[in-house]
Design a protein around this ligand. Sequence first.
Ligand SMILES: Nc1ncnc2c1ncn2[C@@H]1O[C@H](COP(=O)(O)OP(=O)(O)OP(=O)(O)O)[C@@H](O)[C@H]1O
Length: 281
Amino acid sequence: MKDYIARFGHGSAKLARQAQSKEKTLAKMVNAGLTEKVTSDKLMEFYFPACGKIPPPVLMIQNISFRYSEKSSWIYKDLELGIDLDSRIALVGPNGCGKSTFLKLICGDLIPQDGLIRRHSHLRIANYHQHLAEALDLSLSALEYMMKCFPDVKEREEMRRIIGRYGLSGRQQICPMRHLSDGQRCRVVFAWLAFQVPHLLLLDEPTNHLDMETIDALADAINDFEGGMILVSHDFRLIGQVAKEIWICENSTIRKWNKGIIEYKNHLRNKMLKESEFETG
Ligand SMILES: Nc1ncnc2c1ncn2[C@@H]1O[C@H](COP(=O)(O)OP(=O)(O)OP(=O)(O)O)[C@@H](O)[C@H]1O
């Protein structure tokens, strides 16, 4: 209401009248104690539970080739890689080169036409991507949703504590998720993801909708996590915080960058400068 008053208070006569009327209503609500105190979201303390160790090899990608259809070009051709619980990988590369496809292949959402992906029989993989938040049933509250996904947790209070860790306060836990902001819905998704106790975290652009403090909390949680991680992100700050190695996805393959993240950033910058010089002649 304050926004409306600020925007339209000096607008056309009709809008200004509406703004004045809102101002009066707001004053009455404040006097009657009907407005809620403005608070910022509770700082999120991300946390991925201890997943226990499984011996290597945890995941082996053996000569896989993948394309979406017979008519389309190969996204990967004869790809060979290994991933363990101490892998902390940032997967980078130009738009459309196949980063998300790689994560889908790893978690088994897509099957390669050739080759094999061998996963340790006890391996639990959690795959975070934007569409998870879009697929939430918004008529449910975060609490109802989590109780439905994890029926083994019988006590509401226990589940409230679990969700609370992800920075959702009392009311935000019990109102329909349609009333939550995009960032708050992401927190629900992270709570759901972490509660699966994965060994391997696949994070596809996790920072969209998250503010800087929350991204830092996520970085801390990843650094405390005892399992493996593959991160697809354009956020070099997060990459610098959590990745130990960079893999570059390009030309139907993935190759390991054998220098540090800063060197990779400089390499990209120089490449872009050269391209723009070439374009401008
Ligand atoms: N379901 C699909 N069916 C057909 N083609 C697809 C499908 N999903 C992705 N593609 C195509 O496969 C290629 C790789 O897509 P992918 O989303 O894996 O790339 P990306 O590197 O993650 O891209 P970005 O950085 O833009 O997210 C793209 O050309 C994309 O258009």
